[in-house]
Design a protein around this ligand. Structure first.
Ligand code: PMP
Length: 433
């Protein structure tokens, strides 16, 4: 082993001694990464890796404008949001400005888990109810309420057996390998609507329906057409709210749409955002109507020490400036379409690729052992990711079967980088794995 490899392994061993081991890290033997630039990560081994998984940094790694703005704010003032300063007001206004009417009121927190948790609490407070409908194979966070509605067995093998009784999961509307496939996928929405009506009839009408607006964690799969329109209508009919988890799908990643729900032609009652909103700086938000936000008063006041702090507000503002000025969403549409086309061409030559899912720069390459039975190629997917790392590409599996490559690079990714990823994937699939 090289000195750099020994150093990287020593660091993992040290990490496991003090940092609770249950906290995941990528790869058995990860390189030590201490630097990044745009869609590239630089190892202490001197190698440059193409980062095809980092949806936390849509602007790319090491963004100079963001670094300068946050550093300047940290030198000037950083305190809790109970003080009266400009950045939090400007950021709240700008964030409300990118949300559709009538969503004009913002809560600021520090992460996606906090955002979905608060979205649920807002819905409970606004309706005075306690039940929530969520979707199978979903991940919404680690806090009590966000974890409760998370059903993905990839993240928690025991998830289905351990949901609290106020959580009512409906089928994952997966048109590729779910219960209803292809054109039959139109049946998921009426079934979810029926479940909501049953709950209402049984005296437990839901406070909310929560779902990602694009099937992110399950493999980058768009929801069936009109799915959200039908399910949102049903939950509103029952007096509940529609919560859109935009932590992954929002902020331009789908290319032609800034929000995932736009692609479905709906407007939710509550939006949860994080990840992209701070480009890796801890920042999450809930966006809703004034009326719904006001009902939170029944729970007391809301306060988060660092949510909406001067530094995180400046981070949020600078990210929105970059979205306005740096062509990120356009690149998601253009480079995303190019990449999807090239991956589909690869599928014609490699039978292991069962499908190429996705929109914009949120794609899923699903590996199957047999295109008829769709037997998931789980071990192969892990081996392919390990081999891609050797070839300089960071890529990770997703989905309950861990058989889908989760393709979600920084939105600055260059077409040449996308082509490099395709070339390396082609090489791995041609070698065997
Ligand atoms: N919602 C979704 C859809 C997510 O993918 C995640 C994180 N993977 C979260 C919520 C939780 O976000 P965080 O890790 O920032 O708490």
């Amino acid at each position: 082993r090289t000195t750099a490899e020994r150093d990287a392994a020593d660091l993992v061993a040290r990490r496991d001694r003090t940092y609770a081991e249950v906290q995941e890290h990528y790869y058995e033997a990860p390189p030590r990464i201490e630097r990044g630039w745009r869609e590239h990560l630089v190892g202490t081994d001197g190698r440059v890796y193409l980062d095809m998984v980092n949806n936390v940094t849509p602007l790319g790694h090491g963004h100079p404008g963001l670094a300068a703005a946050v550093a300047q704010q940290l030198r000037t003032l950083n305190t809790n949001s109970r003080f009266n300063y400009g950045a939090v007001v400007e950021f709240a206004e700008r964030l409300a400005g990118v949300a559709p009417d009538p969503l004009d009121t913002v809560f600021l927190v520090n992460s996606g888990s906090e955002a979905t948790d608060l979205a649920i609490r807002v819905a409970l407070a606004a309706t005075g109810r306690r039940d929530v409908v969520s979707v199978l194979e979903a991940y919404h966070g680690w806090t009590y309420a966000s974890d409760a509605v998370s059903t993905s067995t990839a993240d928690n093998p025991n998830a289905l057996a351990s949901r609290p009784d106020w959580v009512h999961p409906v089928d994952a509307p997966n048109p590729f390998r779910g219960r209803h496939r292809g054109a039959d996928a139109a049946r998921y929405a009426p079934e979810a609507a029926e479940r909501i009506r049953e709950l209402a009839a049984s005296g437990r009408p839901p406070a909310a329906f929560i779902a990602e607006t694009f099937y992110g964690n399950a493999g980058g799969i768009p929801l069936p057409d009109d799915y959200l329109a039908e399910v949102y209508a049903a939950v509103r009919e029952a007096g509940g709210l529609a919560i859109a988890d935009e932590v992954q799908a929002g902020y331009g990643r789908l290319g032609n749409w800034f929000w995932g729900f736009e692609q479905q032609g709906v407007v939710p009652d509550v939006i949860a955002v994080a990840k992209a909103a701070g480009n890796g700086y801890p920042l999450g938000a809930v966006i809703t109507t004034r009326e719904i936000a006001a009902r939170f008063r029944t729970q007391g006041y809301f306060f988060s020490s660092t949510g909406g702090s001067p530094a995180s507000s400046v981070a949020g503002l600078t990210v929105l400036d970059a979205f306005r000025d740096e062509g990120l969403q356009r690149n998601a549409a253009e480079t995303g379409a190019h990449l999807k086309g090239r991956l589909e061409a690869l599928a014609e030559r490699h039978p292991l690729i069962g499908a190429v899912h996705g929109l914009g720069l949120y794609l899923g390459v699903e590996f199957v052992r047999d295109r008829a039975t769709l037997e998931p190629a789980t071990e192969e997917t892990a081996a392919i990711c390990d081999r891609l790392l050797e070839l300089g590409v960071i890529m990770q599996p997703t989905g309950d079967h861990q058989n889908v490559l989760k393709v979600k690079p920084p939105l600055v990714v260059a077409r040449e980088s996308a082509d490099f990823f395709v070339a390396m994937l082609d090489r791995v699939l041609s070698e065997g794995w």
